[in-house]
Ligand binder design. Sequence first.
Ligand code: TMP
Ligand code: ASP
Length: 238
Amino acid sequence: MELKKEFLYEGKAKKIYRTSDPDQYLVEYKDDATAFDGLKKGTICRKGEINNTLSALLFKKLASEGIPTHFIKQISPREMLVKAVKIIPIEVIARNIVAGSLADRVGLPEGTKLKKTILEFCYKSDELHDPMINRYHIAALELATEEQLKKIEDYAWKINSILTDLFKQVNIALVDFKLEFGLHHGEVILADEISPDTCRFWDITSGEKLDKDRFRRDLGGVEDAYEEVLSRVQKILK
Ligand code: TMP
Ligand code: ASP
């Protein structure tokens, strides 16, 4: 298939293009990194390639476990072909260990293991700074139907269990992560990316942070951390 690219949209970490097939988009992963609603800007060398390759491996794994995803195939180091979806404007966050904004919100120290996983929803809106919302807001604002929300929650729990087990095999704790879903011919499917930009990964033995917090908090070793996560996952997924 000829991949005629027509620019559609540029986000903070990716560019989206239409292809000659109206049902398929091309996603190009960038090295650009932002934090705090774009206030902090930088570049993480090779991030585009790493996040594209890691997301591809994880989407394939999730698909093999029955989670429908937008991923079709990786077509170059930093590009993947995906199903054209309409993004549901809800960011779904799953948290297994206290970190980041949850630590501030509930006054527990980072690293506190939660007795139960917490699922949170945020309204995907840069202008509003992605505020946290609940199922009543989702219904009132008609962001998703009850049926769609049920699917989203079922998938999020299942994804958490698959990814927690997978990362544990490579000595990484899946602390928390953010998911986005889209509608494809009316069906809810997993979209966006799964990478050190959108997850918190801690080495189980040392506690070392292997994710975007190294950039957010100026910890150094950002590129090495991203490379490390990919190379560990590549040992168990092909
Ligand atoms: P938080 O603790 O800052 O709320 O972040 C929770 C998780 O969501 C963490 O794994 C990082 C991810 N995340 C994003 O993917 N995009 C964002 O814009 C933010 C703020 C967090
Ligand atoms: N992606 C977010 C932004 O630029 C922030 C983050 O991941 O912390 O604003």
